[in-house]
Design a protein around this ligand. Structure first.
Ligand SMILES: [Zn+2]
Length: 319
């Protein structure tokens, strides 16, 4: 049993890690690309642990290195990310890293730098790291995370091995949730896994207080604006998600569910009313939502996406 057995889904990435581990040779640079909630940070920890582990079945989770890495207190595993609330790396962060990489590790045979959300690195910052990525000091490894590899310079992409992280799917998400939150009951785990489309991080967010209820409220609000053909209101609700891709996806999934069930007796019984939205209009909205969710998965910019959705949904209610 290694830590990897408790990381559900993403078999390709896990296979790659097992391969590096057996071979004893880790790439200098690994890029973990994937949407929020797909486990990039957890997997970055796995890689660092696998690289530094002293146990027999690495990453064992038991040795001093694994334990410290798991608590994010290992002196030779450094996390570098944009400051909270900011969406860019500071010049000093990059300069400090460039100097620090040449200092010998404290207690492990290697040093690992984990750079989070590197899609927010300026071209300057990326260029400043090129040389290190290409020929790092002995024993230095870089793990980068980003939403989409194409948001990085080609020169960076060509110097790292990219592993794509994906939502593990509903069944695996349920297992992951129950493993990580032993007090959670199975029914809630299934509901959250289903609503999140099998995305563990998002499912956890849904289970956290408040968040989920708020999104449900917005989805219902959106349906009310639709029945009043309030096109400005529709746009307004959607633009509230401009900085929240996962929230938008969740809201759209909920609207889809509401519209699909709107004409059923069960819906009437549960909600005391049905939305006055014609099947033809609902059909148009559902098509737009499908397309919008696809665009979201392809990482279309959020301001553009919310505007596109608002205009599209609004047009279904034109006189
Ligand atoms: Zn270990």
């Amino acid at each position: 049993m290694t830590l990897l057995d408790r990381f559900f889904g993403n078999n390709k990435a896990k296979e790659a890690l097992v391969f590096y581990q057996r071979d004893g040779r880790f790439p200098h640079g690994i890029l973990l690309e994937g949407q929020e909630g797909t486990g990039r940070k957890t997997f970055a920890r796995m890689i660092a642990a696998a690289a530094l582990c002293e146990g027999e079945n690495a990453p064992c989770g038991q040795c001093r290195h694994c334990k410290k890495i798991w608590k994010d207190i290992h002196p030779d595993v450094q996390w570098i990310a944009p400051e909270p609330g900011k969406k860019s790396f500071k010049k000093e962060q990059v300069e400090r890293l460039r100097a620090d990489a040449w200092i010998k590790p404290n207690e492990a045979p290697r040093k690992v730098y984990i750079l989070c959300e590197t899609q927010y690195m300026t071209a300057w910052a990326q260029n400043a790291l090129l040389k290190l990525l290409e020929e790092p000091p002995a024993g230095v490894m870089f793990i980068l995370t980003c939403d989409n590899r194409f948001h990085l310079l080609e020169t960076v992409r060509s110097r790292v091995i990219t592993l794509t992280m994906e939502a593990p799917g509903e069944e695996a998400a349920v297992r992951a949730l129950l493993d990580q939150m032993p007090e959670l009951d199975a029914e809630k785990a299934h509901a959250a896994a289903g609503r999140s489309g099998g995305n563990v991080g998002l499912a956890k967010r849904l289970l956290a207080d408040g968040q989920y209820a708020l999104i449900l409220e917005k989805a219902a609000g959106l349906c009310e604006k639709m029945e009043r053909a309030d096109r400005f209101g529709i746009l307004q609700v959607l633009s509230g998600f401009e900085n929240d891709r996962e929230g938008l996806l969740c809201c759209l999934a909920q609207v889809r569910q509401l519209l699909a069930q709107n004409t059923t007796d069960a819906f009437l019984k549960k909600n005391g009313r049905q939305y006055r939205i014609l099947p033809l209009q609902a059909g148009k909205v559902l098509d737009i939502i499908e397309q919008g969710m696809e665009y979201a998965r392809q990482n279309m910019g959020m301001p553009l996406l919310t505007t596109w959705l608002g205009a599209g949904i609004g047009s279904a209610f034109e006189e």
